[in-house]
Design a protein around this ligand. Structure first.
Ligand code: GLU
Length: 295
């Protein structure tokens, strides 16, 4: 099988943390929901470490992620992959897009772009050489919509909302949008379960997938766990790192936060088994935020 060929199964799901900080309770919600959703449909569940943004990698967070997966007894169905080992693949896809004239080099600096959130297409027709420049993908003036399993219909016109967006930065870093689309395809993903903070990224990913001829995925964006200040839990907001020693208690709390039927306190693998057996998506709040406060 060529390395750009996809694997396939009826349900393929994943948990794809970025090691930009230790896992927190919000990450646990995604891990639990992606796992239970896949397993309750006899699916395959994989883990992928999204570590292309090297300057943002937080020391030891990769170790913490692996330690947590172990302590919470999450067993991926195949070996964990690390995106930093796959840079050649992403470069190859950029080359494919270049052959189709779907990407171009952009020399605009952050300073030149200013605070404008929508890229005006300044370098679109300049035909700049690709070396040492950012690479942007062309977008069209067209509405892209998808039906999220929890959030309902979500749409964006990328030309109006964003403009041509970056796939590779000037410093050579491959952007998350490209890596996620390529790996979801190559790993044969059918379903994406992740936090609602990524809802607005989805149209970009659908667009890229469409350009590359990849099949569409099913999306489910989970309500986010918020802190007392009304911010989503994140490293920036000083969310507490998951304590592997508290795995059963935290699992119980995560299952409750997803409004699932309670599970008995036991060893994590058995708790997960019970959560899978009881998994009911219709119980999860159809909102982008959970009401209860976490830390
Ligand atoms: N790596 C992303 C994050 O940690 C998640 C990517 C995804 O699930 O699509 O926020």
């Amino acid at each position: 099988m060529s390395k750009l060929q996809s694997m396939q199964s009826a349900y393929m799901g994943r948990f794809a943390p970025s090691p930009t900080g230790p896992l927190h309770f919000g990450s646990l919600l995604t891990a639990v929901a992606s796992y239970c959703d896949a397993k309750s449909q006899q699916g395959t569940w994989l883990v992928r470490i999204e570590d292309t943004d090297i300057p943002r990698i937080y020391p030891d967070s990769e170790t913490h992620i692996l330690h947590c997966l172990d302590a919470f007894e999450f067993e991926p169905d195949a070996e964990i992959i690390f995106q930093k080992d796959r840079l050649e693949i992403y470069e190859e896809v950029i080359y494919q897009l270049q052959q189709l004239n779907l990407v171009y080099a952009c020399q605009c600096t952050r300073k030149m772009l200013g605070s404008n959130a929508i890229y005006a297409g300044t370098c679109r027709n300049l035909n700049l050489a690709f070396e040492h420049q950012a690479i942007r993908v062309r977008v069209n003036d067209q509405l892209i919509c998808f039906e999220d399993r929890l959030q309902g219909q979500h749409c964006s016109n990328l030309a109006h909302d964003l403009g041509d967006f970056v796939l590779k930065r000037r410093d050579g870093i491959i952007n998350y949008q490209l890596a996620v689309v390529v790996d979801d395809y190559l790993q044969g993903m059918t379903h994406v379960v992740r936090g609602a903070d990524l809802l607005d990224n989805t149209e970009r990913q659908i667009w890229l997938g469409q350009l590359l001829g990849y099949p569409r995925l099913q999306y489910m964006h989970l309500p986010l766990a918020m802190n007392a200040q009304g911010q989503k839990l994140s490293k920036q907001n000083l969310a507490q790192a998951l304590d592997p020693a508290q795995a059963p208690q935290l699992l119980q709390q995560a299952i409750r936060a997803l409004h699932q039927l309670p599970v008995d306190l036991d060893r994590p693998a058995r708790m997960l088994q019970q959560a899978v057996a009881q998994w009911d998506v219709s119980r999860i709040p159809r909102a982008t935020q959970l009401e209860q406060i976490y830390q």
